[in-house]
Design a protein around this ligand. Sequence first.
Ligand SMILES: [Zn+2]
Ligand SMILES: [Zn+2]
Length: 136
Amino acid sequence: MPTISRFCPQCKKYARLNVLDDKALICPHCQNQWGKITKLETIFERCPICTCRQFYTDKDFNQVLGFLVMAVGVVLVPLTYGLSLAVFALIDWLIYRKVAKLVACYRCGGEFRGFNIPSQLKGFMHHIGLKYDKYR
Ligand SMILES: [Zn+2]
Ligand SMILES: [Zn+2]
């Protein structure tokens, strides 16, 4: 089931909503309506929440986990003559590769999970992000 998650602008809580065709996006905490889905296939042409047309892809990855894996590797360096770093870098890479991708909206920060990601979507571009800073 595809979902959209973000911090609700009204109640400031993080909410994850299931997404269906022709369904309004209602915050489960405060019933604030974020927007409405018309067609799932065209969702990345225009953000259903803020009508922004620019999105980026990101790894749906818990950064803390990657950091911990590396930290353990660093701690073990004196015991393993540096071999642990290589091993843990490999583990890190394996975890990273298995992680699903998400799509995020530049303007409202909505995170879209479980969708078919259009191939033209790219990772976060700093200069585009700057344009939308004032909305977030
Ligand atoms: Zn809310
Ligand atoms: Zn948006």
